[in-house]
Design a protein around this ligand. Structure first.
Ligand code: BG6
Length: 288
């Protein structure tokens, strides 16, 4: 039931065509299927050359979010090969777990000269995907600061029909307007144009409506105070070489992270954060 398909790809298989595929390049979750239905968007032009970040799925952003004077945009974790610590293993309740890790190496130290160790544990449940992250600072004397974010690309039939709950009253940085700060007035947020916002101090839960098959997705997060909402829309899609011009209606990024204020990690200490994605049916569908 569980298999390591190829050297660069790890598959968690829960049965009933419920699977999760992780590419060791960036420990990027490149597919999550629930009863054979794909939940994540990956661009048809995504590059899998082991160099560029994979355009879609769930890239792991660390230790920087956004442009970076020391190195690549969104840091190096999404373009570094991760290690498989524990191959997919079936738990007593039928769930499947795998553990990945990333440690500092010559490449990461050439950009960012700190020792660190990240463990990334994924658990595939019937209609849920759980993410547990630990960052450890093994240094005896050096602290470091970092951003971290799970850059989740949800697959949606039409982004204009999606609603995102849990943002009302939150302040947000609008990256489409030179980073101006606003406060969200809407009970549910909709996306009808180029959108690139960092919502701050968001609640632990968002629900996104009208994802695949008109279902809802619950995003539950712990120790991720910010939520980024992104869709490049028409013009910005054209500027990306690894994103199709006509793909923007079919994706919505809802990204849980530590972005607006970085995490400070003292020597010998550990930081933990987690996320759960849960696909669920609308109540009226349950009655049928
Ligand atoms: C989002 C950022 O999280 O990622 C956007 O808020 C950015 O500003 C987008 O354009 C995609 O980034 P990249 O580096 O994968 O093209």
């Amino acid at each position: 039931a569980v298999a390591v398909a190829a050297t660069s790809v790890v598959v968690l298989d829960r049965g009933n065509n419920t699977t999760c595929t992780i590419n060791l390049h960036g420990a990027t979750v490149v597919s999550w299927r629930v009863n054979n239905q794909e939940q994540l968007f990956v661009s048809k032009l995504a590059s899998f050359d082991g160099k560029k970040a994979i355009r879609g799925g769930i890239p792991f952003v660390f230790p920087q979010f956004g442009p970076w004077s020391f190195g690549p945009q969104h840091g190096f974790a999404r373009i570094t090969r991760w290690h498989l610590d524990r191959a997919p293993e079936r738990l007593h309740n039928g769930d499947v777990e795998a553990i990945f890790s990333l440690m500092d190496n010559e490449f990461t130290r050439s950009i960012w000269n700190y020792q660190f160790r990240i463990t990334y544990r994924l658990i595939l449940r019937e209609k849920e995907l759980h993410f547990h992250i630990g960052v450890y600072n093994p240094s005896k004397d050096l602290s470091f600061t970092f951003n971290m974010l799970l850059h989740t690309y949800l697959k949606v039939p039409d982004v204009r029909r999606c609603q995102i709950t849990g943002l009302q009253g939150c302040h947000f940085i609008d990256k489409t307007r030179e980073g101006a700060l606003y406060q969200e007035g809407r009970e549910v947020v909709t996306v009808n144009e180029w959108t690139d916002r960092i919502y701050q101090h968001t609640p632990q839960e968002h629900v996104i409506t009208n994802v695949v098959s008109g279902r809802k997705m619950r995003l539950h997060k712990y120790n991720f105070p910010d939520t980024v909402i992104w869709n490049p829309w028409i013009d910005r899609s054209r500027e990306m070489s690894d994103f199709g011009d006509d793909e923007f209606p079919n994706m919505l990024c809802v990204e849980a992270g530590n972005v607006s204020s970085p995490v400070i990690l003292l020597p010998g200490s550990c930081f933990e954060a987690s996320q759960i994605l849960q696909q669920f049916k609308c109540p009226y569908e349950l009655a049928v």
